[in-house]
Design a protein around this ligand. Structure first.
Ligand code: C5P
Length: 303
């Protein structure tokens, strides 16, 4: 018997440009993802049938532990792609806020792909793993790759860009925003007026990343999903305002929300802002970027 442990990062979108809806229901994106050191950990063990448990210090109520969970879907996708007939007992240890726009479920799926491939010794190539990841969800390929990547298509076509470290505070919210509803609200707000997607992220953004210049990065952050998220949950404005009052370099809604993320100058400023949010009774977590994608966080342990 063997056990494999893999961790994968949550993400923030530094820019998220959303095009008009496609016939598929998806929207073409030009986004820049950055992986943050808020980790999901998936453990996979040999077992006679598939099972899944979840633990963690985030609100766990909304997580399915049946076939709707991306971890089980990922494991079954590896089995079917490789012809492997075994099963696995899977466990998720969650740190990324659930349903918060930071890709926690996608990180679980990416970690599960790497974990069962190692457990079963099915030796998927990186390309095979990436293709399976794209079938599981738009953000899963990014959680596999990590670091800083321009995402196109549904967000699954990735191109790595360089970035110095940045220091964020993530403030999860006690409410849920459905991702499809946020996209649909954007379409409704825009009517026929969806702007054309830019071909690329701005040069100013890429320069700020390479320079590690938080002040310059602040002026480049864009999230087309912020307006629909705020129209569905206007109380998020108060959280953004509080971050600004406390001296954050910038604040934004993460992806489709509702988690709010705040950019700080450096690790000391990050600690200061974290304490300000905690003192006000918010949940808040330190999130530093960029970090690597899904990887083994153990050695295989025989027992
Ligand atoms: O790919 P994923 O399952 O994470 O997407 C969840 C939902 O988000 C989709 O069903 C769709 O409504 C919306 N979405 C979108 N365009 C994207 C990514 C997601 O409309 N590029």
């Amino acid at each position: 018997m063997a056990r494999v442990r893999v961790r994968a990062p949550g993400k923030i979108n530094l820019v998220l440009h959303v095009g008009p809806p496609e016939a598929s229901g998806y929207h073409d994106l030009v986004t820049v993802f950055q992986a943050v050191d808020v980790w999901e950990t998936v453990t996979a063990e040999d077992a006679l049938e598939f099972s899944l448990t979840v633990a963690g210090d985030v609100v766990l109520d909304e997580i399915p532990v049946d076939g709707n969970n991306l971890v089980l879907q990922a494991a079954r996708a590896v089995a079917s792609a490789t012809g492997h007939t075994g099963s696995a007992r899977l466990h998720i240890d969650k740190k990324v806020p659930v349903g918060g726009g930071m890709a926690g479920g996608s990180a679980d799926a990416a970690a599960a792909l790497v974990a069962v491939d190692a457990l079963w010794q099915t030796n998927l190539s990186h390309d095979q793993m990436r293709s399976i990841a794209a079938t599981l969800g738009s953000d899963v390929p990014f959680c596999l790759e990590g670091y800083t990547q321009v995402g196109r298509g549904r967000g699954h076509l990735l191109e790595r860009v360089e970035s110095e470290p940045f220091f964020w505070v993530a403030v999860p919210q006690p409410l849920h925003l459905s991702t499809p509803l946020v996209y649909q609200t954007l379409d409704n707000l825009r009517g026929e007026l969806a702007p054309a997607l830019p071909a690329d992220p701005s040069q100013g953004l890429l320069d700020a990343l390479v320079a590690g210049d938080a002040g310059a990065l602040a002026g480049e952050l864009v999230n087309d999903l912020a307006a629909p998220a705020l129209s569905l949950a206007p109380q998020l404005q108060g959280v953004l305002d509080y971050g600004q009052q406390c001296g954050a370099v910038a604040g934004m809604i993460s992806g489709s929300g509702p988690t709010c993320v705040f950019l700080t100058e450096d690790p000391d400023h990050q600690t200061h802002l974290l304490e300000k949010f905690l003192a006000e009774g918010h949940t808040a977590v330190r999130a530093s970027s960029p970090v690597r994608g899904a990887h083994r966080s153990d050695r295989e342990v025989p027992y």
